[in-house]
Design a protein around this ligand. Structure first.
Ligand SMILES: Cc1cc2nc3c(=O)[nH]c(=O)nc-3n(C[C@H](O)[C@H](O)[C@H](O)COP(=O)(O)OP(=O)(O)OC[C@H]3O[C@@H](n4cnc5c(N)ncnc54)[C@H](O)[C@@H]3O)c2cc1C
Length: 484
């Protein structure tokens, strides 16, 4: 079995197939695993994530994957989300004592940055999502409507859109509301905020991202497989329309009983021969998937400027601020793994990471312009920044961070099994029903593993079910939810 690509999709497929008894050989072109969800070391020795990555309680497959590879302990879950307004008011969102779907009612009611009218309009839209179990009838109109249109149809106020819907969805889906398929947006609220009282809990890695994957290599090797880094696949070998091997830089070829291509769709499109793209219909539309950018800004200050583990900023270009020093602190205390530490945990100073999703407007800006913009916003949000010295700053622009979840995008996403013998696909861009997320990538890897095993006549299930509804939702839906 050959897996090409060592991002989350390839790792999930590789680990699952190794567990099913296959000898897995995984080839990754870069010197480290994790793909887009990874970290690396700057020339100064600081470990930086490609960008801050977070998960949610409703991401059941990612959770399962972390458990399988022994990384669960490196994710810390938070029950409270903090939204900071420019006037300095910090709104907390957390589950209270009421059962789902009313668990957020208390903190939502006291969310000072929303007016009563804003809240009323949000409550009406939530009721609509509830009544239709996350599948309102207009979601599939014209092959998919955009989220902004869905919100307008439900009379959402300007404040509700700007300070609630946009804040949650642009970071969850990496796209603006007028370019997001409402199906994905509604699903976020159904799965993370309504159906289950723990779906919204935010999981943040307490180690640099690359450290999450140590167990993947070990797991594949323990079962007789191998993981080879710095091994880009450069070509495919076909015999009578049947995939018979992959080619590497030095002309070396490797063959296997099955191949899972877990590489970005753009990389796959370059590898596939034109003839195959024309005959294999599911692969003929890869160029229809558009990209959406994310920008990460890393600041190192000479002193502590923030006490919360993370903050969401309202009415600013900067969307999230993560207190990396505080997040990493627990893992430093637990281990002597100095490689994690470095200057990011300097006890005198503080390392913050800022995230801006769907950052189209920043793509043309220079590094210095972005630093000035974000630093200005931080000075308003965190008064201590005004006195602090910025020791170092880095900007990482990912122009193709995720595929854009635009209306109707699912029709371009191929299934993991193809009609070409031995050729299987994985990647957040394949048909998972999820947007481009770590959860989507792991789902695709599990689905690819299931497809390989089905084709081999040894079916097995890896895909995990969604979080079961709880509270009143469980009582209301009863058994009908399982059947849905
Ligand atoms: C800046 C940023 C922030 C994000 N934030 C979040 C977040 O907070 N939460 C979340 O859930 N998701 C987030 N995501 C999305 C998440 O990172 C991706 O959805 C997920 O990591 C995709 O995994 P993948 O395995 O499908 O693809 P990738 O991670 O792209 O993996 C593909 C792998 O294939 C390798 N490869 C490519 N070509 C070849 C070749 N020819 N031969 C061998 N190997 C090859 C690549 O090097 C790469 O390692 C973010 C993404 C970015 C970029």
């Amino acid at each position: 079995m050959i897996v090409i690509g060592g991002g989350l999709a390839g790792l999930a497929a590789g680990v699952a197939l190794a567990e099913a008894g296959w000898r897995v050989r995984l080839f990754e072109q870069r010197p480290f695993l994790g793909g887009r969800a990874t970290s690396y070391v700057l020339p100064g020795g600081e470990h930086v994530d490609n960008c801050q990555h977070v998960t949610l309680g409703c991401c059941t497959n990612l959770d399962d994957f972390y458990r399988r590879v022994g990384a669960s302990g490196k994710i810390k879950y938070f029950d409270k989300l903090f939204f900071l307004a420019p006037d300095g008011r910090c709104n907390e969102i957390a589950a209270g004592i009421l059962p789902a779907p009313f668990h957020m009612a208390g903190s939502f009611g006291s969310f000072a940055s929303l007016s009563s009218l804003d809240k009323l309009s949000i409550a009406r839209a939530m009721l609509d999502i509830l009544q239709h179990r996350g599948r309102t009838p207009d979601l599939h109109e014209h092959g998919g409507i955009c989220m902004l249109e869905w919100l307008r149809r439900r009379g959402q106020t300007h404040g509700a859109i700007a300070r609630f819907w946009r804040v949650v969805l642009v970071s969850a889906l990496d796209e603006e509301l007028d370019r997001t398929d409402a199906r994905f947006g509604v699903d976020v609220f159904w799965k993370a905020f309504l159906a289950n009282s723990t779906g919204y809990r935010m999981g943040v890695p307490v180690v640099p991202l690359a450290n999450l994957y140590d167990g993947c290599k070990a797991e594949i090797e323990r079962r007789g497989g191998e993981v080879t880094l710095r091994a880009p696949v450069r070509g495919l070998k076909f015999d009578n329309a049947e995939l018979t091997g992959v080619r590497f830089d030095d002309g070396r070829e490797e063959s296997a009983d099955a191949y899972v291509f877990a590489i970005p769709h753009t990389a796959l499109a370059e590898l596939l021969p034109e003839s195959l793209k024309q005959t294999e219909l599911s692969l003929s539309n890869l160029d229809k998937l558009k990209d959406s950018p994310i920008t990460g800004v890393h600041f190192w200050f000479d002193r502590v400027v923030m006490k919360e583990p993370f903050l969401t900023l309202l009415d600013t270009v900067t969307q999230w601020v993560f207190n990396k020093s505080a997040l990493y602190a627990d893992s430093y205390a637990d281990s002597n793994a100095d490689e994690n530490a470095n200057s990011s945990n300097d006890s005198q100073g503080q390392y913050l990471q800022l995230v801006i999703s769907a950052s189209y407007d920043l793509l043309q800006k220079s590094r210095q312009e972005i630093i000035d913009l974000c630093l200005g916003e931080l000075k308003t949000a965190l008064p201590a920044v005004r006195e602090a010295q910025l020791v170092k700053a880095t900007v990482i622009k990912e122009a193709a961070a995720t595929f854009s979840p635009e209306p109707g995008v699912d029709r371009w996403r191929p299934k993991q099994a193809t009609s070409t013998h031995r050729l299987f696909l994985a990647g957040d861009w394949t048909a998972t029903g999820w947007p481009a997320t770590m959860e989507g990538a792991v789902r695709s890897g599990y689905l690819a593993a299931e497809a390989v095993l089905r084709a081999a006549g040894t079916p097995r299930k890896f895909l995990q079910p969604d979080l079961a509804p709880d509270g009143f939702i469980a009582m209301w839906l009863g058994k009908s939810y399982d059947a849905a």
